[in-house]
Write a protein that binds this ligand. Structure first.
Ligand SMILES: Cc1cc2nc3c(=O)[nH]c(=O)nc-3n(C[C@H](O)[C@H](O)[C@H](O)COP(=O)(O)O)c2cc1C
Length: 512
């Protein structure tokens, strides 16, 4: 077996939580070294963006219809960023205040940073392409590089590039060795936050495949290590465009035109860092080039009329208490539909094992939503499961019963898993995917799960419901419950949906 795959398998095993032992972490919050959640670049020119709060946005339920595309101007870039990675509100309680953002993040630690590579649209005097870092705190762009390139001629008019990167230290600070997983889930949340914000402007997001981590680093300036204190590593690049583009686009021309030295020195996030050897080792093992995968069609969604889309993204919040009430069958189906993603489901890797507690028209029990029809999961799961068809095409009832206590237990005894309408575990085809596509695929599997999580949050919010991502779960206890006998399939993320209590002790202030 390739060494990089062995490192990934070892990392995954070593960072499992179980009833007897949680993955290794410091076990307390070392407030003196708490990382700054906001990256800034000292010396970079700052371009303040106009706030988009007053912009009219399409109703959320129409986001998957063919909306007219907005022009590529500073105002639309501003809206894209504010409603994906921007601050949604400030919260205040017990004398402290903290920012919450449109993209969810494990522990609100926000390891994901966003960069833009834009054709010459930001300044009339300076007709050059530029690379920017997005600063959510100021809602501003920091200019890191400016250059001439003919690269844009290869793309539809009004296309540009977004890059995501991660500073895993922000998660490692609290979660220790399991933090690499959370960092990748958060990158998936950010990706889907961009997909939805782009739809509000009639734009499409195409994630580039076949691009190496080294190329992303070069393009975003992350490879210039003397500009950084803590490691900031590349995640993914996508092209945002009025139309879908080929995901195997070559970036050679853009990379050749980009300067070798960028402006701006990254701020130091903490006075010192804990060292967990396993983290750089798995980061290194998963930094190979990605291998392109088959493409699938996007599905058309039917939804009931809903609020304006900006109100959905700005009001998405995690809840920490659910009220035990039920949801309707239609709401349940809308939620499932929103994460099917494709009609023939060739590209999906995650299936959803769903613990239905309170959905009208559904018996309580364990269900499975199949998101990749070519896989025969039946052979892998407990042979005693009934596999009864339901009213929803790809959803099967595996076992009737009350799973409230079990779902709470497997989600690290968190009540949100049992007190909602349902909770779920994202079950990924693990070893086959890694063996076929290489160690980098480990990160991509988490990205897919994170994207599902972000979409569930938004879909729930659009219907007046709530959700919460659950990164703390007992890995092998869930595998046992599903009757899995090998490590071929692994659960990478849990999620819960229901009606949340609003904590009236926490005050909310406007974002900017
Ligand atoms: C990957 C991931 C894992 C999470 N795990 C948990 C969890 O186990 N328990 C929990 O109560 N919240 C969990 N959350 C919710 C975060 O704590 C929440 O997103 C964060 O505090 C920011 O708040 P917001 O979602 O309202 O913006 C998780 C969120 C993400 C994205």
């Amino acid at each position: 077996m390739k060494k990089s795959l062995q490192i990934v398998y070892n990392y995954h095993e070593a960072t499992k939580h179980s009833r007897l032992k949680y993955a290794r972490s410091l076990g307390f919050m070392d407030w003196a070294t708490q990382p700054d959640p906001f990256r800034t670049y000292k010396g970079a020119k700052i371009l303040k963006l106009p706030l988009a709060l007053e912009n009219a946005t399409p109703p959320y339920h129409l986001l998957d219809s063919n909306l007219p595309s907005a022009p590529l101007i500073k105002e639309s870039i501003s809206q894209l960023l504010q409603f994906s990675m921007g601050i949604a509100a400030y919260k205040e309680s017990g004398g402290s205040s903290w920012a919450v953002r449109c993209n969810a993040s494990s522990g609100n630690l926000h390891p994901t940073e966003a960069y833009l590579v834009l054709p010459p649209i930001m300044s009339e005097q300076d007709a050059k392409s530029s690379t920017f870092h997005y600063s959510p705190k100021e809602h501003a762009l920091e200019m890191l590089a400016s250059f001439d390139t003919s690269f844009w001629e290869e793309l539809p008019t009004n296309s540009f590039i977004v890059g995501l990167s991660s500073i895993s230290w922000r998660e490692v600070w609290k979660y220790g060795e399991r933090a690499f997983r959370y960092t990748q889930l958060d990158a998936g949340h950010a990706w889907q936050a961009f997909v939805v914000s782009a739809k509000m402007l009639g734009w499409r997001v195409t994630r580039l495949e076949g691009v190496s981590d080294a190329d992303i680093s070069t393009l975003l300036g992350l490879s210039q290590k003397d500009r950084f204190f803590e490691d900031e590593l590349p995640d993914m690049l996508f092209v945002i465009s009025p139309e879908d583009i080929n995901s195997n686009l070559s970036l050679d021309l853009l990379i050749e035109s980009s300067p070798l030295k960028f402006s701006g020195i990254a701020n130091k996030l903490s006075p010192s860092m804990q060292e967990w050897e396993i983290i750089p080792s798995v980061e290194d093992a998963t930094s190979e080039a990605q291998i392109a995968r088959p493409k699938a069609l996007k599905s058309q969604l039917t939804r009931s009329p809903s609020k304006e889309s900006k109100d959905v993204v700005l009001n998405r919040r995690s809840v920490h208490m659910m009220d035990n009430s039920s949801i309707t069958k239609e709401q349940f189906h809308t939620l499932l539909n929103s994460v099917l993603f494709s009609q023939d489901a060739k590209e999906n890797s995650a299936h959803l094992a769903i613990f239905v507690h309170r959905v009208q028209g559904y018996e309580s029990g364990l269900y499975i939503l199949i998101r990749n029809t070519k896989e025969d999961l039946k052979k892998e799961l407990d042979a005693k499961f009934s596999w009864n068809h339901t009213d929803f095409e790809h959803l099967y009832l595996l076992k009737k019963g009350d799973f409230t206590a079990i779902s709470k237990a497997i989600s690290c005894a968190q009540n949100i898993a049992s007190d909602g309408a349902f909770s779920l575990s994202m079950l990924c085809n693990f070893t086959d995917e890694l063996q076929t596509y290489g160690a980098h695929r480990y990160k991509e599997l988490f990205w897919e799960c994170g994207a599902i999580g972000q979409q569930l949050y938004l879909e729930a919010t659009s219907m007046g419901l709530s959700g919460t991502g659950i990164g703390c779960f007992l890995d092998d206890e869930i595998h046992e419950l599903l009757g899995l006998k090998s490590n071929r399939y692994q659960v990478l993320y849990n999620f819960t949906v229901g009606r949340g209590y609003v904590d009236s002790r926490i005050l909310t202030r406007p974002p900017y």
